[in-house]
Write a protein of this length. Structure first.
Length: 279
């Protein structure tokens, strides 16, 4: 798979050596009460593939062993044991197992209509500093209970723990109020050609400090986060206005509609025109 590959539709490929367990909200009312659409545990082996072009809810993946690749923020990232990755709704995410190695992980997908504040939002990290093993253990605990007695009290206990861990993981890792003020200002001036030095000057800090804080809190660089914010605004403009791509591009700091369209496809998975048609 290439980050520049076309993703016209969702893809699900398991292969003969993949084993998976999935629990749906339709089977478990405790999941439904937290807007959890489904969760599961997978032992994935090549040619295992997943592509979700326009997922309806936030997604969390916790790796327990082996190694895989996940596409987030428009680039492929390595996933190893203990890692916890997150993606907001309606943003392309894809993943696959590496040949010659079994990749085991637990995952959770929410169902979040447009009027619901998503679990994973603009200030959530794309990769948490820790917590993957704990998150996976709780899903394994729910699986064990669901596969045996299905005691309502214990099912409630496990789902509540999973929800609490998801909420904690989706919060920014730090408490620097200057960063919140920075992203608020950037959000009001996305047409500005922000550089790392300009962003650091806004918080009266060094570029290296800002880079480290953003990697800790968001799992992405400051400039990558600006692009992320632009993509979220682009989605809103495409959904709610009929503005031409050149106009949207200018409002978001892109030189022209073509440059904007290329960036949008890399991050979201489809072209702006395709996105507008679907919404």
């Amino acid at each position: 798979m290439s980050p520049n590959a076309d993703f016209p539709a969702d893809v699900t490929i398991d292969g003969s050596h993949t084993r998976r367990w999935v629990l749906e909200a339709g089977e478990c009312s405790e999941l439904h009460s937290h807007r959890i659409a489904r969760l599961g545990v997978e032992d994935a082996a090549a040619p295992y593939r997943r592509v979700r072009v326009q997922p309806a809810g936030s997604f969390i993946l916790a790796a327990t062993s082996g190694e895989g690749r996940i596409l987030l923020d428009g680039k492929w990232q390595r996933v190893r044991a203990g890692a916890l990755f997150m993606a907001p709704p309606r943003v392309l995410n894809a993943f696959y197992a590496m040949p010659g190695s079994k990749w085991s992980f637990a995952w959770l997908r929410y169902n979040e209509p447009g009027y619901v504040r998503p679990m994973v939002g603009a200030s959530s990290p794309v990769r948490a500093a820790g917590g993957g093993e704990e998150f996976a253990r709780c899903i394994a605990g729910l699986r064990a209970e669901w596969s045996s007695s299905r005691d309502p009290k214990l099912v409630h206990h496990w789902v509540s723990l999973i929800q609490a861990l998801a909420q904690r993981a989706a919060q920014p890792a730090g408490t620097d109020d200057r960063l919140a003020a920075l992203w608020d200002k950037v959000g009001r001036s996305l047409e500005k050609l922000w550089t790392l030095e300009m962003l650091a000057a806004e918080i009266h800090g060094s570029p290296e400090y800002l880079r480290k804080r953003c990697q800790l809190e968001l799992g992405r660089s400051p400039v990558q986060h600006v692009t992320y914010m632009r993509m979220q605004r682009a989605r809103t403009l495409l959904e709610t206005t009929g503005e031409k791509l050149d106009v949207i591009a200018s409002a978001l700091g892109f030189s022209d509609g073509l440059t904007f369209a290329r960036a949008f496809k890399r991050w979201i998975g489809i072209t702006p025109s395709e996105y507008r048609h679907r919404h």
